[in-house]
Design a protein around this ligand. Sequence first.
Ligand code: F6R
Length: 364
Amino acid sequence: EKGGYEHFMLKEIHEQPKAVRDTISPRIHENEIDLGEIGMTDEEIKNLRKISIVACGSAYHTGAAGKYVIEELTRIPVETDLASEFRYRNPIYQENSLVIIVSQSGETADSLAALRDAKAHGCKVLSIVNVVGSSIARESDAVLYTWAGPEISVATTKAYSCQLAVFYLLALKFAQIRSAITPDTFQTLLTALKQLPDQIEGLLSQKEKIQFFANHYLATEHIFFMGRGIDYAISMEGSLKLKEISYIHSEAYAAGELKHGTISLMEEGTLVVALATQDALYPKTVSNMIEVKTRGAFVMALSTKKHPDIEKYADYVLYIPETQNLFAGSLAIIPLQLFAYYVSLGRGLDVDKPRNLAKSVTVE
Ligand code: F6R
């Protein structure tokens, strides 16, 4: 059942190229994106004034990345909320807005409650769900399924990657309908999107290198992740993956926030995983890398070959293939999933069933 892999998590990490391909391919026809499933007219899409993305855990992290992508391409204001916060804060629902609920299981209690609240206020709800026929799927006005297939490991990997891909499709489609991007930009981005599954496949071949690196950090107590923009959203997921299966304390920081507190935690040898995939933010992130290194941190950086000078500022560099900046998160997360996996494995922990955690959180 594990298809020759030692754990479901490793199997599911390897299923990501296929899962992402299965999620995007049926929706791309001859250089056009077909999202008929959302049941919205072009007029409704053009009139959208606000999008609220609501989810828990890793699904919330895809929403955090989705916000950057949707806002950048469509210029529609997006707010991303944790379901457990959204449902209790008397959220402002306005006309011509869309609530997007993201959930692998489709049964998460807080996400379902947020959905019901939005519907009770007359809001249109679109969900991004993996389990067909689940409660969230049934109660939404429309569903965009992620076609990841069953996910067994408690730590999500392939469903997360598919959720990101759905956000890209949605952002591109909305941007096209609203004429927020040129036809050329649309085609360039669509071409890059279609390349992602093969690029993810290529990254999986770096796993021995990541295992080797992970094995040096099995006894460490704290690990920090940092980045800006989309890199920050991906840092949050990298940090959550690590803490849930390795039990190592870890935090993700918006790199610009370092000086406002976290830098006091840097000591000789502290591991900082720095994401620097976003070209426009690259010099800023590099300056944060220098700051932590000056305090003795060991910096492991993730970037692209476009930035070879990163080797001067980081102690160890992992490169991801070139893609459009907006999609880089889909590649950067792969080494971070593998890192969490190998740290957990090296520590002899129950990778697929970490203590105290359930695959589906059906009580609040
Ligand atoms: C982390 C993880 C959880 C879930 C969260 C939401 O690896 O799996 O953080 O992402 O419990 O679950 P779903 O997506 O089923 O609503």
